[in-house]
Write a protein that binds this ligand. Sequence first.
Ligand SMILES: Cc1cc2nc3c(=O)[nH]c(=O)nc-3n(C[C@H](O)[C@H](O)[C@H](O)COP(=O)(O)O)c2cc1C
Length: 364
Amino acid sequence: MTSTHDDDLHRWVRTAGRAPSAHNTQPWSARVVDGRIEVAVVPDRVLAAGDPSCRDLLLSLGAWVECVAVAAAADGRGVVVAATPHLDRLADLPVRGPADADAPVLVLRPDATPYATPFTPDDVRERRTYRGRLEAAPDLRVDAPPLPPGLALLQVDDPAMRHLVRLGGAWTASRPAVAAELVRWLRLGPAHPRYAQDGMTDRMLLLPPALARVAAPLTRRPALHDAALTVAGWAGRAVEAVGRSRSLPPAPAPGEPLEGPQHLVLVARTPGVLGATEALDARLGLPPVDVVDAGRALQRTWLHARRVGLAVAPHSEVVDSPHAVAGLRRRLGLRRSQVALAVFSVGRATAEVPRSPRLTDPTG
Ligand SMILES: Cc1cc2nc3c(=O)[nH]c(=O)nc-3n(C[C@H](O)[C@H](O)[C@H](O)COP(=O)(O)O)c2cc1C
């Protein structure tokens, strides 16, 4: 048996650097020690206002782990993933600062049994999020590969999704701390010092150049920034008030084919009884390690979409906004024991899909 060298682990970590994360925060910090990979969370890269339950943080960590496993598989290896007690104590993370390398949340050990996956490091590197108009692709379904027990992908109809996205977007705009956090991760022109490293660029958001030029100073100059957030807050509250006063569009008749792009919701079933510690730790009603596993499954779905030529557009705002999530639960007929973890649309991209920056991308 050939052993796995630390150089291989470093290479797997570099590949996993292309994993998706909310706002492209890349909240992971990995180090290779004694033949294993330890992953800690970077407090500066956690969305304290927008992701108070750490749902997106845990999903992003799961996506990252899946990418390491894909890289290992390409070398004929697997990885055994173990959560540490720090994963259950994310609420104890400081609000700011670097990762504490002595408090890893996950430990990944190489394994001789190869990880069974159809995906390659190239799929990981080439997967991208698309925020433009999606065309329906009714001939292509994305509800594969199979999901582990306890997870399901449910479909929402297009008229309901439009309503929920509006409500979710309005919620984001009307919460100053959430909107300010989003603005902090915008990089609207190459003059931004972190343009090639993290966050969301004007290109990723498909902003017309003239609009990006006008909006870029709003993200950098405090006076303009505060004024823009105030205006966004008014607009958000107005849209939210109108949206809440309207009910969801009528549901399609049972069996009626759904129009437009596919809108999918990753739903997890909560365990019947959580242990006392788990219940205290799990603001989502799910043990954090289960949400990491859900993130792995989400990443497999997104890699599969790329393989079949479909583009993915996540819409976390729909699971962030209490009003939108209530509407979503009604539409899907979710039970109390079910948690909607992620919402995303899938279809054919109608323009070139831009590439996002990474801290781990080679420079120059
Ligand atoms: C858990 C999670 C939630 C996300 N939520 C959103 C979202 O609500 N809206 C959005 O436009 N992108 C969302 N994204 C996509 C990220 O912004 C994207 O992965 C990141 O910017 C890197 O870009 P890439 O996917 O093209 O590599 C999400 C990604 C993850 C992993």
